[in-house]
Design a protein around this ligand. Structure first.
Ligand SMILES: [Zn+2]
Length: 402
């Protein structure tokens, strides 16, 4: 069987309906995804141990690499360079963030704490989150590279930009490292966008874990709608006090503008599609964003060691397609994609490929799924989504039915 259904980007049938009325040159430009990457991010060495603990109790001959390792990202890069999606990719180099850029999201005290940890030769900032020699420079590049990606959109050079970055960022709160994250790459970039006059930003976080850092940073803000679709994992200690439950809705002016969608383990492709259609799409219709940020983790996949949500490539492709159509409807087609988790070294790369195929809104899949089959039982997940929908209608002011 031929696994590669090649479709070239210049094929006019590839253009979405929204683009077909555009000039051919702008249509061509919109069909590319601008990927921002810098190999300096590979220098963040998270070590080995029993899974992500960094500890070797001595019982095992073969220790794991920490799940957030450079190999996973090497494969994300290589599948975009070598896979059938490669004609649709425009590569750009990233750069380091400045300390003043970091302060758009983080406190000065927290940044100083990270700098001191770096100068001291490293520190485990919280469970599994190791700032080692080389990590701080990599974190600065991840934040700066995400800024480069958003600026490509803000300057009118791209509609679709992807910050291919590590260490990840969505657990990093304004003054707290958490969950392998030091700097909130998406959060910093969103602030750059807002300072450039982008008034309403919708963040859709599909990493398997609650995007607590991004939520915390915009918790009192009504201009940034944060939606996190995640495994119902709850709080995991001092660095992650947020629970990710439906009642964490934001506060003050931001009340109602943090929407959590905690889904049961094993939700799968159909359950995620149902949550997108019943919850995320209606919320965006009410909110009417001028920019969409897709916070993308492949740890919602069927084979991830850190998640149990069982998405396949087709599930990711469907989410990507949904995001693109929302962007065409509300945000003049503009989507910033920011890389987060995703720890299966093979399948994360394939799921990235599928997601970007969806974002390109291609009619046919370019790449078949080499491994996935997972039997789904979506009925329970759909009941949970229906319950969340009723909760929003009763409790979220901007989602109440008029
Ligand atoms: Zn994650």
């Amino acid at each position: 069987m031929n696994r590669f259904h090649r479709t070239l980007p210049q094929n006019p049938t590839m253009a979405s309906k929204a683009e077909s009325s555009s000039t051919s040159s702008s249509s061509q430009r919109r069909d590319m995804i601008h990927v921002f990457w810098h190999e300096g991010m590979l220098a963040h060495n998270t070590g080995t141990g029993v899974f992500d603990s960094g500890i070797d109790p001595g019982f095992l001959d073969v220790l794991d690499k920490h799940p957030e390792n450079a190999d996973r990202v090497r494969n994300l890069v290589s599948i975009l360079r070598k896979g059938p999606i490669s004609p649709f990719i425009s590569w750009h180099s990233g750069r380091s963030a400045t300390l003043s850029e970091l302060q758009l999201f983080h406190t000065a005290e927290y940044i100083e704490e990270l700098e001191k940890a770096n100068e001291a030769g490293g520190k485990e900032l919280c469970a599994g989150t190791f700032l080692n020699p080389g990590s701080w420079d990599a974190a600065l590049i991840a934040a700066g590279t995400t800024i480069s990606a958003i600026k490509q959109i803000l300057d009118g050079h791209a509609k679709l930009a992807y910050a291919l970055v590590r260490p990840p960022g969505h657990h990093a709160q304004p003054s707290q490292a958490d969950g392998y994250c030091f700097l909130n790459n998406a959060g910093v970039a969103i602030q750059v966008a807002r300072n450039s006059g982008c008034q309403k930003v919708a963040v859709i976080d599909i990493d398997v874990h609650y995007g607590n850092g991004t939520a915390q940073g915009f918790y009192s803000c009504s201009e940034v709608l944060t939606i996190s679709v995640h495994m119902n994992h709850g709080s995991w200690g001092k660095s992650h006090p947020q629970s990710g439950t439906v009642d964490e809705l934001g506060e003050g002016d931001g009340f109602g503008y943090n929407l959590n969608v905690p889904l049961p383990n094993g939700t799968g492709d159909e359950g995620y599609a149902y949550a997108m259609d019943q919850l995320v799409v209606p919320a965006l219709h009410k909110f009417n964003p001028s920019l969409i940020v897709l916070v993308l983790g492949q740890d919602s996949s069927a084979f991830d060691p850190n998640g149990r949500q069982c998405l396949t490539m087709e599930g990711y492709r469907s989410i990507g397609r949904n995001i693109r159509r929302l962007a065409n409807k509300f945000a003049d087609g503009k989507v910033l994609i920011v890389q987060e988790g995703g720890y299966h070294v093979t399948y994360s790369a394939y799921c990235l490929h599928a997601t970007l195929e969806g974002v390109l809104d291609l009619e046919d899949a370019l790449l078949d799924d080499p491994v996935a089959y997972y039997p789904e039982d979506s009925a329970y997940s759909m009941k949970v989504v229906d319950a969340i929908q009723r909760y929003w209608k009763d409790n979220v002011p901007f989602m109440k039915e008029s």
